[in-house]
Design a protein around this ligand. Sequence first.
Ligand code: FAD
Length: 629
Amino acid sequence: MTEIERHSYDVVVIGAGGAGLRAAIEARQQGKRTAVVCKSLFGKAHTVMAEGGAAAAMGNVNPSDNWQVHFRDTMRGGKFLNNWRMAELHAQEAPDRVWELEAWGALFDRTKDGKISQRNFGGHEYPRLAHVGDRTGLELIRTLQQRVVALQQEDDKLHGDPEAYIKVFQECTVTRLLKDGDAIAGAFGYWRETGNFICFEAPAVVLATGGIGKSYVVTSNSWEYTGDGHALALMAGAGLINMEFIQFHPTGMVWPPSVRGILVTESVRGDGGVLRNSEGKRFMFEYVPDVFKDKYATTEEEADRWYTDQANNRRPPELLPRDEVARAINSEVKAGRGTPHGGVYLDVSTRMPAEEIVRRLPSMHHQFKELADVDITREPMEVGPTCHYIMGGVEVDADTGAASVPGLFAAGEVSGGMHGSNRLGGNSLSDLLVFGRRAGAGAAAYVDGLTARPKAPEEAVRQAEAEALAPLEREGGENPYTVHHELQQTMNDLVGIIRKADEISEALGAIEKLKERAGVTGAAGGRIYNPGWHLAIDLRNMLLVSECVAKAALLREESRGGHTRDDFPGMSPEWRRKLLVCRLDGSTVNIEEKVQPSMRDDLITLFERDELKKYLTEAELSEYDALVE
Ligand code: FAD
């Protein structure tokens, strides 16, 4: 038995990205003693990488924008599988959350008349993304961190201790949630630097751990995205929904191999970049699906006019939702019309002067110059799809972020529902702010309502300790890097952008074997900063999450958003009503079907019947007809 560092808090927030920080600020503002735990350095969360902006219907650039239009766009983007209450709250509250950020010191780009500027993005009817060049996530995190420091300064004055009410534990990885009976009682983890263990006793835990991209070889995601929060929730008894829906961003770098997958922001297309195949053809016009036909330009001339006159022209097809563009690129490459390195061309150099490109897309200009020796002001980029975002995650109550396990809350990319089968660009940063705040408030209210504090049994703490130490104690165990690489390749090849039943089944067979091998991985060396050991622990999470993705993908016999089945190419209204809920039974993932609640009357009537008939069942359409009669 080793010495374990112990702490007691009201609320423990796991994750210090946008969702985690906003949740922690809220919990602290509600008077709760709050810990923020993050496995990377404070300020180095994935959110920092967000480029394009935060979607909020402020109407600064086009006054026709409002929350109802944003709500409709979000539901369309998610192909109507979204939790509509979340989409409603998100569209209504995003502007306030952006203004709040400004009040806390964020410096957004401005319009000519001094308002917060908003840019175009795929699937958004109007310019809607509040941005800071192409470094919006950095400004968001900087501002939230500054707010945490301001609160700590207040606490220093009031209590003589800056960390009395909010304390950050950085480079600290949580490996298990602890429970007292059914309820959350805390969390267990280790310090990455020393390998020493730490135990938080707390009645409420907010998961804000982000995504799962490191289960795939080609991904835009950073090293932290190993699906920890998803797995922690699953192991604590919560359900995960929508796990079959993975967003493959259409534009990742494809060359050189060392940078494959790194994101090329959608702002390039929002600011006028066009996609061409190796024959020089602007191919997206061939790929506008029926559900979007009336909203997108049919000729290059109309698409080009849209950039200067949006009222009288339809949008360019390059700005279709991401799932459509990713599939189109995939098809062009498969048909032999790809670039020499297996992508397509993305060109912004002919749209605007070089200085303008450098001003509007500074990070992209730098990224291509430094990493690929390509000057995007003079030549096209080579791009292709990359695993970017998971729509699936912890099933939560829309208003409070509460999961089904008492005391467990989730917000941000680790939660599911808000984005349905496909997320619109820019809707994540606003999601983090809206639902981070709500989860922090939900956790604080939960703590207020308790009559007794739960306490984790010491046995559970010692089990978590033994589990974490196991890879270090196995001599000659399997190499965790080999298992990880095989998992990534399996997911990329067999549960990727286009899926088939036999390939998904093959992946599930491979995952089963990899689970056995992961159970006997060994890590050489000791506990002091040992990445092999950390990976051996993370493997459990990536395998569980991959099993959820593959099992749900096999069950859902339709194609929708971030789930494309070659053997079931159509979208089915019956399937739209169904959610697949993953739960853990022993060490195996089981899936239950659940029917989505019908949309509230005042929300469904925001849509025209003609549009709804692409998504709803006949019975649902009859209910709609009765409403509007
Ligand atoms: P994160 O910001 O990833 O934070 C997760 C936190 O959890 C980190 O602090 C991490 O250390 C911690 N953590 C994870 N596991 C553990 C553990 N076991 N123990 C302790 N801590 C843990 N979205 C937009 O809306 N607009 C954009 O312009 C945009 N651009 C993007 C560009 C790129 C390159 C990428 C990759 C994504 C982009 N996205 C964008 C998506 C968006 O950035 C993410 O979805 C969002 O930042 C996720 O935020 P989060 O708070 O949920 O998680």
